[in-house]
Write a protein that binds this ligand. Structure first.
Ligand code: PMP
Length: 390
């Protein structure tokens, strides 16, 4: 094929390891192999019944037409109530844009704010989309190393040292993918103090903020001086087990919300209307299913952390949030990618190399424990056996 047939930017956009390995795993399964999935960050629970019923009812009631680009008003109103209660953020429907999943809210934030040459500070290891978008847009990547010694919390001193007059955006993600690290309210206050009045935007990816096992979470947008400089990104995929519904949102100042709506109207037009009706039920309906899911995730976390720590060469911190563990595997003598392949082909356990989340992920694996206790037990036995036979 002609070398320059594609736009330059297309060549700069990378994919996401989780989806690549999932595709590889599916091929192996099609060949009859039994694989336990720890690669994809998706709750194995079904969407709670009350939400599914509302979605069906909405279809029957004819919510099958376009919705407003910015989002179905009752959903945006529900989001204002929800974020006041859970994040202590004062907002209004004009500051909210509903998107098909949290991912587009991240994508559009970058498109609306970041010019080539702008510096963007982001966590490494971190959710791959952040780094991918920085390269895609020709911005300057300024990674902050997220260290195991700090319990996978961002180092505020390092953050401060990386702020320059070219810093346009800082990305924070707490609880974090891939480490499960959680920023404390003091961390958030310190970050806020470091950037207040400097004209720097913060993208706060809060998609895991309902999945917290200990300690408190604080949204940086709850600090009044930071409110207009923060884009809160959240969604329904993780907390409500709604990955396939594609529903998320961003909260931002009104001017930015207008820009984001333009990006929405030129790409998606709007989010599926019946999905948004179901979203109202998710946010304002009974929340006891979520509490049950979190308790189940806690049991799984404890099981996987203890299990991994008893395997030769593995050292695993107990994360405070999300549903990932990020064990240190330097003791195995294998690189992250070698171990990812070895465990997939030799043990039938699909994990991700830490390097899929940034350069400093070498020496780590990411395992998503959104899988059943039985499967976690079997996987741990398989990993143990495979490591003993090296
Ligand atoms: N942010 C983070 C940190 C994530 O891990 C994910 C999903 N893996 C997302 C955003 C996107 O979620 P969704 O688009 O399904 O809402």
């Amino acid at each position: 094929m002609t070398a320059n047939i594609f736009a330059d930017r297309a060549g700069r956009l990378k994919g996401e390891a989780a989806f690549e390995i999932l595709a590889k795993t599916k091929e192996l399964e099609a060949q009859g192999k039994n694989i336990i999935h720890f690669e994809i960050g998706e709750p194995d629970f079904d969407t709670p019944k009350n939400i599914v019923e509302k979605g069906k009812e909405a279809l029957n009631l004819g919510y099958t037409h376009y919705a407003t680009t910015q989002g179905y008003l009752p959903l945006r109103e529900a989001i204002t109530k929800y974020v006041k209660k859970h994040k202590n953020i004062d907002t209004n429907p004009k500051e909210i844009v509903v998107t098909p999943g949290a991912k587009p809210a991240i994508f559009y934030t970058f498109l609306a704010l970041v010019n080539p040459g702008d510096e963007v500070i982001y966590p490494d290891p971190g959710y791959p989309t952040y780094g991918n978008l920085i390269y895609f847009l020709g911005a300057v990547p300024v990674p902050i190393q997220i260290k195991e010694e700090k319990g996978f919390r961002l180092d505020i001193e390092e953050l401060k040292s990386k702020i320059t007059n070219k810093t346009k955006l800082i990305v924070i993600n707490s609880p974090a993918n891939p480490t499960g690290g959680v920023l404390t309210p003091d961390d958030i206050d310190e970050i806020a103090n470091a950037i207040k009045g400097k004209g720097i935007y913060v993208l706060s990816d809060e998609i895991y903020d309902r999945i917290v096992y200990s300690g408190e979470v604080k949204s940086i947008a709850s600090i009044p001086e930071l409110k207009d400089w923060t884009i809160v990104v959240d969604g329904f995929s993780k907390a409500y087990a709604m990955t396939g519904w594609r529903l998320g949102y961003g909260i931002m100042n009104e001017e930015l919300a207008e820009k984001m709506s333009k990006l929405m109207v030129n790409s998606n037009a709007c989010v599926a209307t019946f999905t948004q009706v179901a979203g109202v039920e998710a946010l304002l309906g009974p929340q006891d299913e979520i509490d049950k899911m979190i308790e189940e995730f806690r049991r799984r976390r404890d099981l996987i952390v203890d299990g991994l720590n008893s395997i030769k060469g593995f050292k695993c911190l107990k994360p405070k949030g999300a549903f990932y563990v990020f064990p240190n595997i330097t003791g195995t003598g294998k690189s992250s990618k070698e171990l990812e392949n070895y465990l997939l082909y030799e043990a039938g356990v699909s994990v991700l190399a830490g390097t899929g989340f940034g350069e400093v992920g070498e020496g780590y694996l990411r395992l998503s424990y959104a899988n059943s206790i039985e499967n976690i037990q079997i996987a741990l036995e398989r990993i143990d056996k495979a490591m003993k036979s090296i």
